[in-house]
Write a protein that binds this ligand. Structure first.
Ligand code: FE
Ligand code: FE
Ligand code: ZN
Length: 294
């Protein structure tokens, strides 16, 4: 049982006591890290921070010895800053992201994961510029939250589908120290990377972006084949990536200090994370483990 591994999963921020419940639930799964949305991922309705039991959650985590640096917030996926054909939507997305940064800071969480967005009819360069302009404006604000741009599978017109694209986006950012990367194993596999060869993939990442830029790892198997550009997450060991490869990313020395977050699908309507975390901590795969979950 490896207790040092910084591993957790996506958890819902919901009642009765929001942040506190969320932290308690994560720890009940033997997680020492977790990721949450500050409200529904698909809309902009947000409850007031006063109702979130933030101080109680922080006190609980402190008592359990979990640093807030193990926590991650994910920005709602409706935020699209890569296209500004509809200026009103672009302005709304900007102000909403600014608000999300403020909320993330209130939880004491240092990292906010953001999808680089869909360029739609715009060229990649225009899309990258739209995103960078927005971040350059928003990140003037003084706080300690860093944005982690997620590596994308390349579905539709998503930007950030390769290390080169992400490197280009980063080159346009003014406050470089405030923007890093979230490496999603399912997404880079679906984008076409030889993920099973971790030295090749991380070597390439290091050459093009720099490994110190990685702030979070999303550990997911993939339902589809390499290069499919689909973005369909699968439970550990049930997909095309496989448990052994994912285990390499969990334990690689180069990623040691970075939280690893599972975003795998529910099994029979239930969260599968306790079992997935246990297998990762033990470094051992249990065949047909899903059958236990019901
Ligand atoms: Fe994501
Ligand atoms: Fe992800
Ligand atoms: Zn995904």
């Amino acid at each position: 049982m490896n207790e040092c591994l910084i591993i957790g999963c996506h958890v819902g921020l919901s009642g009765p006591s929001y942040f506190l419940s969320c932290a308690e639930f994560a720890l009940s799964l033997k997680a020492n890290a977790f990721m949450f949305y500050t409200g529904a991922p698909q809309n902009s309705v947000r409850k007031s921070l006063d109702e979130m039991h933030i101080d109680e959650g922080k006190a609980f985590l402190k008592e359990k010895g979990i640093p807030l640096s193990n926590l991650v917030v994910h920005a709602p996926y409706i935020i699209n800053l890569a296209n500004k054909e509809n200026l009103e939507n672009y302005e709304f997305a900007k102000s909403f992201l600014k608000e999300e940064i403020r909320r993330t800071a209130a939880f004491g969480v240092p990292t906010l994961v953001l999808h680089p967005g869909a360029r739609k009819e715009a060229s990649f360069e225009e899309g990258a510029q739209n995103l960078a302009d927005a971040l350059n404006e928003i990140l003037e604000e003084e706080n300690n939250v860093k944005i982690a741009l997620e590596t994308m599978a390349g579905k539709g017109s998503e930007i950030g589908r390769s290390f080169e694209e992400l490197s280009y986006i980063l080159s346009l950012i003014k406050h470089k120290e405030k923007v890093g990367i979230c490496l999603d194993t399912c997404h880079i596999f679906d984008a076409g990377y030889d993920i099973e060869d971790i030295d090749k993939t991380l070597g390439e990442f290091d050459r093009i972006i720099g490994l110190s830029k990685i702030l979070v790892v999303h550990l997911n198997d993939s339902k589809t084949f390499k290069g499919s550009h689909k973005d369909r997450h699968e439970n550990l060991g049930y997909g095309a990536i496989g448990f052994e490869t994912l285990l390499k990313y969990a334990y690689d020395e180069r990623l040691k200090s970075v939280p690893k977050i599972l975003e795998t699908p529910y099994v029979n309507g239930l969260p599968p994370y306790k079992k997935e975390i246990e297998m990762l901590r033990n470094g051992e795969y249990q065949e047909n483990w899903k059958e236990e979950i019901s």
